[in-house]
Design a binder for this molecule. Sequence first.
Ligand code: ADP
Ligand code: F6P
Length: 343
Amino acid sequence: MSESTPKQRIGVLTSGGDAPGMNAAIRAITLAADHYGLEVIAFSHGYEGLLEKTYTLLKPSDVQHILQYSGTIIKSARSPRFKEIESAQLAARNLAELDVSALIVIGGDGSFRGAHHLNQHWDGQIIGVPGTIDNDVYGTDATIGYSTAVAIAMDALDKIRDTADAMDRVFIVEVMGRNAGFIGLKSAMAAGAERMILPELQRDKPLTIDVIVKHIKRVEDVRGPGSYVMVLSEHQWPGGAVALSEQLEAEYRMPCRPCLLGHIQRGGPPTATDRVLASELGVYAVELVLAGANGVMTATRAGQLTTVPFIDTWSKKNLLPENLLRIQHEIFNPVKKSRQRHG
Ligand code: ADP
Ligand code: F6P
């Protein structure tokens, strides 16, 4: 390539709720692009950056030592106006003006809807990289950020257990994932929580307070007095953990405390799993650009890198693993020794 030949330019943006490991993905994309002689232009605040033309060029030196931090150095945002056709058209004009030939979108299924929307009005390539703590994206075994969120929730649950045990209390720990119970299921399992209330389990037959109280009493009956820790996915109880806790104390005289983990689940150092996943998927996204791919999300399935059409990422559902739900059901429902005799 001669000195004067302009480098092919690829765009990158992070969209939707930030997820631990997004920085590792940005780093991987920038370093891989540099390796292949491409230039990276980073749009800030998700799709808003495409509309406002707010961007910066990313060089390898800009992404040094960022993979150990959560958040995203190029900022993320939700952009409701991007759903309009005029926004996709404006973004397409801006991308053309900036000589961008391909765009890598790091985000969740909502962000891939945005990518698909843009694809209808722009002739460049778009590749997705799954980044959301919720793990609610079809077609990949894990999304970037999920492992870290589970580790944070598990750590918090372990700490809560110490104090709950010391005072024989019921604790309700509220975790993120309003539409998907992956964080709730995995952290509850990892921390040995006595109950979990997840969106998927609430849909057909929402729990009643009576069922919860009966279970708390049964666990005490079987195991003796002690702590009882419940993992509650956000938006799965009217008034959340605080209201449920107050109800248990006031109406059933159970010593109970709520604990809301909130956005703590999106911060701190990403786990090794998330850093490695983000690095793999980020580099793979650049390779896909070079291979001429378009309209697909990078994914990992059974240890293999693969792609998923954007449409599948939101039209198909990532289901909670049946085997884990079954195991949880057995663990959650202790039976009295007298009923366990066989033959
Ligand atoms: P996530 O990507 O984490 O699922 P959101 O659902 O909040 O997060 O979506 C992120 C952004 O993607 C939205 O703010 C919007 O800019 C864009 N987006 C989502 N759905 C659409 C859509 N149907 N059409 C165009 N853009 C969309
Ligand atoms: O989608 C990721 C997520 O962290 C969800 O788990 C949560 O419901 C939502 O984002 C919170 O959004 P915000 O950061 O806008 O409060």
